[in-house]
Design a protein around this ligand. Structure first.
Ligand code: PHE
Length: 498
């Protein structure tokens, strides 16, 4: 008898995995990364990264979750006692992200509302940092900003409610609603965007291949970086989600579907975003490269301006910010599930208690990001936790599995036993050689730029306190959690429910 929670349907699992993968990164990170790294020529390294690292790693994480049937730390510890730490480290990283990710969703909720009458006025940039966030200097927290706090509470209410209903009735149902809704909303936005004047110039800027960029190592590293982040690899998420798969599940096929669906959405977002940027450049009589941007600036400074200049701006404003909300919520749910599952198994508590403790702590931590200092804090924590949390733990993960525990052959036969597509030498080669090499180079490059420049021009103590301390703190927090022993398995099984 298996007591562990399970997905109700295959499509339910796929929707949840896609929901995690399709996030803000697809909408605001991919388009600019592609544009900035060779435009149309970027697709070559990008596709290469998807096939040699993204999908192979996804297959590996799905196999780990499916084979060991536990949260990430539990699964790693079953693989080899010494690896439990990597699991907790990734869970700790996810915990940190889950403290600031809901802030962006909260902003998007407010901006859907600000779309009515374009309340951001003529200067969306100063509206965002000044009127809305009341941004203070780096390191100064000031007071809580009510118009961030209230939508934030709403986001947490949705997250608690969804997680509280369990894997099948909560996470699966939510994603089955959010993801199709997101795709429909986004397609409407893209169709509108490509039919605006100037859209073609934007698309030309996006697709125009700069073939010489292919010779640049940085471009390849950017492609791998985008693939890792976008597929939610090394966040402990995919291991957790696949641990709820039924015994008979085509792992390899599921990984291909998740990978291609996520990349299709990225391509769609690239088209929509650059068509809109082309329109804005056309309206203002400037070149596309003067308006192209990414991240918070693109979504909350540039897009409001584009929306203001569009016909039916209220309608499209709501549509755009609502799609950020949907894309964000499904990723937020996945990232919170990592510690809910981990704490539940480690401390032998009920799912409800685990949600209250883990989610409660994250919700309290998120309040720091709802202050006047929130944006600077978020920007810094995000940079350090991605580079020295996600990417670095990803490197530890592949090296540990492929070189130390030498589990790849084992995992291959596990995946092959239940999947249509059979893995071969190429799969082990991608994970054992290509991925560690690229991640290693990426890490050296990141460290080099960290030492030579102050990220975001922030003062050095600020970067130390909120960047390095947080990223290294996650490693230590992970180590600390490994000190406690696992409860015996019989007791554990009787507690899990859905
Ligand atoms: N794949 C997600 C994205 O593109 C990354 C992510 C997952 C971020 C979960 C946060 C939480 O945005």
């Amino acid at each position: 008898m298996e007591n562990r929670s399970q997905w109700g349907t295959r499509i339910g699992f796929l929707m949840a995995a896609m929901g995690s993968a399709i996030g803000l990164g697809n909408i605001w990170r991919f388009p600019y990364t592609a544009y900035d790294n060779g435009g149309g020529a970027f697709f070559l390294p990008y596709l290469f990264a998807l096939l040699t690292a993204g999908i192979p790693l996804l297959i590996m994480e799905y196999t780990i979750g499916h084979k060991f049937r536990g949260s990430a730390p539990r699964s790693y510890s079953k693989m080899s006692k010494g690896l439990e730490w990597i699991g907790w480290w990734q869970v700790a990283v996810s915990f940190v992200i889950s403290a600031y990710y809901p802030i962006i969703i909260a902003w998007a909720i407010m901006y859907a509302y600000f779309s009515f009458g374009q309340q951001w006025g003529d200067d969306p940039t100063s509206f965002f940092v000044g009127d809305y966030l009341q941004l203070s200097d780096p390191g100064v927290f000031g007071s809580l900003v009510p118009s961030v706090l209230f939508p934030l509470l709403l986001v947490w209410a949705i997250v608690f409610f969804t997680l509280g209903r369990g894997v099948r009735k909560g996470i699966e149902v939510a994603n089955k609603i959010f993801i199709p809704a997101l795709v429909v909303l986004f397609i409407i936005i893209v169709i509108r965007a490509i039919t605006l004047p100037g859209a073609l110039d934007g698309l030309e800027a996006f697709f125009e291949p700069n073939w010489s960029s292919i010779m640049d190592g940085k471009v390849w590293v950017a492609a791998y970086g985008q693939i890792f982040f976008s597929l939610s690899i090394a966040f402990a998420i995919m291991i957790t989600y696949s641990s709820y798969l039924p015994k008979k599940s085509d792992i390899t096929n599921n990984a291909f579907i998740t990978g291609f669906a996520n990349s299709s959405f990225e391509l769609l977002a690239g088209i929509g975003v650059f068509a809109a940027l082309g329109f804005m450049a056309f309206q203002n009589g400037v070149e596309v490269n003067e308006v192209a941007s990414s991240g918070v600036g693109l979504a909350f400074m540039v897009f409001p301006e584009i929306i203001s200049q569009m016909p039916a701006s209220e309608f499209f404003g709501v549509l755009f910010f609502l799609s950020l909300v949907l894309a964000g919520l499904s990723s937020m749910i996945s990232i919170s599930e990592t510690y809910v599952a981990g704490l539940q198994e480690k401390f032998n508590i009920s799912r409800g208690t685990s949600i209250l403790i883990g989610g409660g702590l994250a919700a309290v931590a998120s309040l720091f990001f709802a202050t006047q200092g929130g944006l600077n804090l978020l920007d810094t924590v995000d940079h350090f936790i991605n580079n020295y949390g996600v990417a670095l733990s990803g490197l530890f993960e592949v090296v540990a599995v492929a070189w130390f525990v030498k589990s790849l052959r084992d995992f291959q036969s596990h995946a092959d036993g239940i999947s249509d597509i059979k893995l071969g030498f190429w799969w082990r080669f991608c994970l054992g050689v290509i991925t560690p090499a690229v991640l290693g180079v990426m890490m050296l490059q990141n460290l080099k730029s960290e030492i030579t420049t102050n990220y975001g021009d922030y003062p050095i103590e600020f970067l130390f306190n909120y960047g390095w301390v947080v990223a290294i703190g996650a490693m230590f927090a992970g180590a600390l959690l490994t000190l406690k022993k696992w409860p015996n398995q019989a007791a554990e099984a009787s507690k899990s429910e859905d």
